[in-house]
Design a protein around this ligand. Structure first.
Ligand code: ZN
Length: 473
């Protein structure tokens, strides 16, 4: 996307950090030694004035934009050491203008501080900074404007740093739109989206990627998805240089057609363009026969591995209801299960009968397992199954994912006989069956191949329990 391939100079970033800490310390100091708000206020404004003393020679001018309700402000300064050129919009909405103006002020201060710190660190050098703020405005569905700011900041001439900031707002009401609103206020939509973004970035960035930073920056938290814009019916996600990949990779972006995202967008953002494929694949319903294979009580390094291999051989998807305490020692296995497209469910931390526990104890069983699974795969389990099938209203009310039982019990835990697995399935088989097995018994792993061969011959597709549940809604 971007041809800015110069190496980012890192040292000034450290100085900015040190300076921020110092500034914060000073402010805390002022706060502690000041009684009464008014004095505190005046100390702060005096300090702010001092900070932007180099900003006195700024020049402002306004021009029309291609949108009649937006003016473009050009702000320049010919300061000998800290010159800058900024372009930003002036809208008819006070709230939007205020947000943007706060951002501009903060950005300029960052720049001034960065130059000062660099100058202090290199007193022998003739330091001249350069700061440019570029502006892009796009309209979507005649209702939303996306504002994209691109910051290009230089303190030592040879190296520069590029970062982005975006705003989306309703051009009738002036309301700023959050990603939470964009994705219809549903965390599961963000989860689908974040998975897609992470896959795209992994693919596009190749060996340049910083894996840890990518993992944390793309995790499904709303705060991770703040730099978005809608441009020409596409959603664009921005990353700064050096944020998730080596700066030589430029500023990574993920660009997704809105039509592909339609199923996870709030109504007013959906596009009328039709996409044959969407981010949520639509399975043909009513055509083939389907079953959900479920495996409880694992993961087990040997047995689950073998089951995984057999499932992959038949391209069958299954659901693994995991016991939380077994997850931390098998994170690689859990990742492999998840990455093969299987579903992961919560089966409590150590398999107690939940109806005999207090609500607090039930919550602890659920939460610790959720956390262990999240740590392993970066996603929370999407379904739950109570040990022994023991549940009541009090227990199920505490669980915020579907509680899934079964329709065929293979009794594999009882007979422990590989040859008995197929007859148990065969004699009870029906469309949309949910089949209970356990991935801690070697006999189950050994008998699975014949079950899958039979299901395939009979025209059954093996899907996750969530897919069965979705088709029955
Ligand atoms: Zn169990």
């Amino acid at each position: 996307m971007n041809n800015d391939r110069q190496k980012k100079h890192r040292s000034w970033v450290d100085y900015v950090l040190v300076s921020s800490i110092f500034t914060l310390t000073v402010l805390i100091g002022i706060f502690i030694f000041t009684n009464g708000d008014s004095k505190f206020q005046s100390s702060i404004s005096a300090k702010t004035k001092g900070e932007i003393v180099n900003d006195t020679q700024k020049l402002l001018s306004e021009t029309k934009s291609e949108f009649e309700d937006i003016q473009i402000v050009t702000e320049t300064s010919e300061d000998p050491t800290m010159p800058y050129t900024l372009y930003y919009p002036k809208t008819k909405f006070e709230q939007v203008n205020k947000e943007i103006s706060q951002y501009i002020t903060k950005s300029k201060e960052n720049y001034f501080n960065a130059v000062r710190l660099y100058k202090n660190a290199h007193p022998d050098k003739d330091v001249v900074g350069k700061y440019q703020l570029f502006l892009d405005i796009h309209e979507h569905n005649n209702s939303y404007y996306s504002i994209v700011f691109k910051n290009k900041l230089t303190v030592d001439q040879a190296n520069y740093d590029i970062s982005y900031q975006t705003y989306i707002f309703n051009n009738h009401s002036g309301e700023l739109v959050s990603t939470y609103q964009l994705f219809n206020q549903k965390t599961e939509n963000l989860e689908v989206f974040s998975k897609y973004v992470k896959n795209q970035l992994t693919k596009n960035l190749g060996k340049n990627v910083y894996t840890d930073k990518l993992d944390s920056s793309t995790a499904p938290y709303w705060k991770n998805y703040k730099r978005l814009a809608i441009i020409n019916d596409r959603l664009v996600v921005y990353y700064n240089s050096g944020e998730i990949a080596d700066p030589s990779a430029g500023t990574p972006t993920v660009i997704v057609p809105m039509s592909y995202l339609n199923p996870i967008l709030a109504d007013s953002f959906r596009t009328s363009a039709i996409s044959t494929e969407t981010i949520i694949p639509v399975k043909p319903t009513g055509t083939g026969k389907r079953v959900a294979l479920t495996f409880d009580d694992g993961p087990h390094e040997k047995v689950t591995r073998q089951i995984l291999k057999t499932l992959n051989k038949y391209d069958a998807k299954a659901t693994f209801f995991m016991v939380g305490r077994r997850v931390p020692n098998n994170t690689k296995l859990v990742k492999d299960i998840y990455n093969s497209g299987h579903e992961i469910g919560n089966h409590t931390w150590n398999h107690p009968k939940l109806t005999s526990l207090t609500s607090k104890q039930v919550m602890s069983q659920l939460d610790s397992t959720d956390d262990a699974i999240y740590k392993a795969i970066g996603q929370y389990p999407t379904v739950f199954r109570p040990p022994y099938g023991a549940k009541n209203k009090r227990v199920t009310d505490l669980i915020d994912v579907p509680v899934v039982m079964w329709t065929i019990d293979t009794l594999d835990w009882k007979h422990r006989n590989a040859n008995k697995l197929l007859p148990m399935v065969k004699n009870n088989l029906h469309n949309n069956a949910i089949i209970l097995m356990h991935d801690i018994h070697q006999s189950t792993a050994d008998g699975l191949d014949s079950v899958l061969a039979y299901l395939q011959k009979e025209g059954y597709e093996c899907v996750t329990v969530s897919e069965i549940l979705a088709s029955q809604k």
